[in-house]
Design a protein around this ligand. Structure first.
Ligand SMILES: [Zn+2]
Ligand SMILES: [Zn+2]
Length: 345
């Protein structure tokens, strides 16, 4: 008889406001690892804003029903006949990159995140909101011993994509870095920036006083609202908010040549009209740049995990049982939660 597992599945896209319980508990067959795949017994899986983008259709899944989840931590319980990299029992993580073609100009030049055949875990293939999942062994990452399952999960996307945003910001040590929004990604990237750029000033823009206090407690030099003036102009700003107001308010805070890095797979459309207030002189003149962050490479994940282990990064996590995935998603959508949400199996 087929071995079965518990999972939470998505049947269709709809706004959370119309369907506040988008995920349905299901019993599915445990997947069988083939070729170079490994079978992972999932212990914890992070909940990400991109899951909301999938649920609400801004980046729709490739098929339905689908198991979401792209920050999965677990233990290797099976291997395909060509899988050699991990022993059974090894602890591994699976992030947003599920596979890429391996042969295009992007894959061959350390930009596999831009591959036209990029496939995402939990969008183009079943993910970690389940007791088991499979992934090709070279797309799984070994995990540092020092991190618990729940603490490691948010490093795989919030942390790794945030780390990519930090790389793309072009910051050098001593430069001034702003954070637009301060949630699961921001609180990890701020800690990473403290380690990588010890002489830099770190300035956090966040809506809620609680988020600002949290930022200051983690080593931010300043925290304020989106209309407040930071103590100095900024070399770069990393934006993790789902809306446009931060770009319009904060681009004028950039130095000449400064860069505004948007770390979001999609923006919501609720405040689109504010974009019409962008003024070339104020927001873009003097070689200011706006850049997006797309996906993540295996290098981003592995480098960030290594840094997290070395620097003993401490992700703040809020843990939910798998069956309460809908509650975690609704609390993420309503905002103002500090740290990262993680489902445990
Ligand atoms: Zn994510
Ligand atoms: Zn490719």
């Amino acid at each position: 008889m087929e071995k079965m597992m518990r999972a939470m599945v998505l049947d269709r896209c709809a706004p959370l406001s119309e369907n506040p319980t988008p995920l349905r508990p299901a019993e599915l067959p445990v997947p069988i690892p083939r070729g170079d795949e490994i079978l992972i017994e999932v212990k914890a899986c992070g909940v990400c804003r991109t899951d909301l983008d999938e649920i609400e259709g801004r980046t729709a899944p490739a098929f339905f029903p689908i198991v979401l989840g792209h920050q999965a931590v677990g233990v290797v319980r099976g291997r395909g006949d060509q899988a050699r990299r991990f022993a059974e029992g090894a602890r591994v993580g699976a992030g947003w990159i599920h596979s890429s073609c391996g042969e295009c100009e992007y894959c061959l030049n350390d930009r596999e995140n831009l591959c036209s055949r990029f496939e995402a875990t939990g969008r183009d293939a079943p993910g970690g909101y389940a007791e088991y999942m499979v992934i090709r062994e070279n797309f799984a990452a070994p995990l540092p011993e020092s991190l618990s399952d729940a603490a490691a999960a948010p490093l795989l996307c919030a942390g790794a994509v945030g780390y990519r945003a930090l790389r793309l910001s072009g910051l050098t040590d001593g430069g001034a870095l702003g954070f637009s929004g301060f949630g699961a990604s921001g609180h990890l990237v701020l800690q990473a920036a403290r380690v990588l750029y010890p002489r830099s000033g770190l300035y956090v823009f966040a809506r809620s006083p609680e988020q600002r206090r949290f930022a200051l407690s983690l080593g931010a030099d300043w925290a304020g609202g989106f209309d407040d003036a930071p103590p100095r102009p900024l070399d770069a700003i990393i934006d993790t908010t789902p809306v446009w107001k931060p770009l319009v308010r904060l681009a004028p805070r950039l130095k000449p040549g400064g860069r505004f890095v948007i770390n979001a797979i999609r923006k919501e459309t609720v405040d689109n009209e504010i974009l019409a207030t962008i003024e070339y002189e104020k927001h873009l003149w003097l070689e200011k740049e706006i850049k997006s962050v797309a996906n993540v490479t295996r290098r981003d994940i592995e480098e960030f995990l290594e840094l997290a282990g070395r620097a003993a990064l401490a992700p703040a996590v809020a843990v939910y049982p798998l069956a309460e995935a809908n509650r975690a998603l609704n609390e993420l959508k309503s905002g103002d939660q500090r740290g990262a949400k993680v489902l445990v199996m």
